[in-house]
Design a protein around this ligand. Structure first.
Ligand SMILES: [Cu+2]
Length: 401
């Protein structure tokens, strides 16, 4: 039962940097983009490419002034194809295991409450009790050893001691139960959802439906390593994420919004688990389970199917990319989806933006306008065949395994 409490120290160090790498995506557009061209050009949007992407990246991180200039430098060389979405680059140690002991850093209110409960209270209580028992044991062994204490005491009752050893454990249990029940209440009484996403487990990949955004669906497959794919096919790079966790299509959600996940399955029982969000929900065929997250910090977070579901159970990771709400709208448009209540109000925004002084404000509407004008090319992207091709391929190869 010995556990070390290294999480807090690392948390302080790692918690500072998750946004830092956002700007890096604009600088590395070439490699992943080249891989994509072999398959359906627009369907696999994992690659950062194109001027819109660079501009969007700058607008999403207004604090970093260098991004604005960097974006304009990249833009001329970028492809002029359909609006691509500039996906963020994961930060090592954030939203993924990194070998350190303890819980992953938490990025939801429930997760922070739960990990604080675990680290600061349960672990401390556990250590204190273990220490007390150890000291009592050593004290008894030394003081009442046969050589020093040849005649044993014949005491059989001591009311005070009996009351203490009954009462103290009860108080300990109460001290655990109160914050524990409070945590469960917070976990299972979510605030009203801003966005609902349907998560579907499949052997062996995930698909995600966005009923609030026109009902489009994305299919998320694990990215294989360079040596494991056919020539010209897309493989994992460090910009996608760690080995066995990176996927071709990330589940994208807006930051700071309450996102409700309706979790189900198409075949066997899977489990939708995201350690950094403190959520793990079984995906049962024929049953809708529900969980929710509210993530304030944009970034990329990784989880895995956590219910043994067959031969490739270990190869159906979950990657959630949290983006600023404006960028979420942009991503939705690249998928052919719509924002609730959104209509062609984009054009005026472009003209008003021109009068703005702040560089961030000027670049912000640009991708939206670009996405709107280039709407026709985006439509085919969301077509299911393009997205489902990899999964079919995966299943085909499974048969030979
Ligand atoms: Cu599974």
């Amino acid at each position: 039962m010995m556990k070390l409490k290294t999480g807090l120290i690392a948390l302080a160090a790692v918690g500072m940097i998750p946004m830092a790498a956002q700007g890096q995506t604009a600088a590395t557009p070439a490699a992943p983009a080249a891989q994509e061209q072999a398959a359906t050009p627009a369907a696999t949007t994992g690659a950062p490419a194109g001027p819109n992407a660079a501009a969007a990246n700058a607008s999403a991180t207004p604090a970093a002034g260098v991004d604005a200039t960097g974006a304009s430098a990249v833009a001329p060389g970028g492809a002029l194809a359909a609006p691509a979405f500039d996906h963020a680059v994961p930060v090592k140690g954030v939203g993924m295991p990194d070998g350190r002991m303890g819980l992953q850093d938490q990025f939801t209110p429930v997760g922070r409450e739960a990990s604080a409960f675990h680290d600061n209270w349960l672990l401390a209580l556990c250590a204190a009790m273990s220490l007390l028992v150890l000291v009592l044991l050593l004290w008894t062994m030394v003081k009442y050893r046969r050589s020093a204490h040849p005649t044993p005491s014949r005491t059989s009752h001591n009311t005070f001691v009996e009351v203490v050893w009954t009462l103290v454990p009860v108080l300990v249990l109460v001290a655990i139960a109160v914050p524990s029940i409070r945590l469960i209440r917070h976990q299972y009484s979510p605030p009203p959802a801003d966005l609902t996403i349907k998560v579907i487990g499949n052997q062996w990949y995930w698909s995600y439906q966005y009923p609030d955004n026109g009902g489009f669906e994305i299919v998320s497959n694990m990215l294989k390593e360079r040596g494991e794919v056919a020539a010209g096919a897309r493989f994992r790079t460090d910009a996608d994420g760690p080995r066995l966790l990176a996927v071709d299509e990330r589940l994208v959600i807006p930051a700071g919004k309450v996102v409700k996940f309706i979790v189900t399955s198409n075949d066997v029982i899977h489990s939708f688990a995201m350690p950094a969000f403190w959520t793990k929900t079984d995906a049962n065929p024929g049953i809708l389970n529900e969980t929710w997250v509210k993530v304030d910090k944009p970034g990329v977070y990784f989880g895995q199917c956590s219910e043994l579901c067959g031969a490739r159970h270990a190869f159906m990771p979950i990657a959630i990319e949290v983006v600023a709400p404006e960028r979420f709208a942009q991503w939705v448009s690249t998928k052919g989806g719509t924002m609730p209540g959104a209509t062609p109000a984009v054009a005026p925004a472009d003209s008003t933006a021109a009068t703005q002084v702040s560089p961030a404000a000027v670049t912000a509407p640009a991708p939206a306008a670009g996405a709107a004008t280039a709407a026709p090319p985006t439509a085919p992207q969301s077509a299911a065949p393009g997205n489902t091709t990899p999964s079919v391929a995966n299943r085909a190869t499974d048969g030979s395994n």
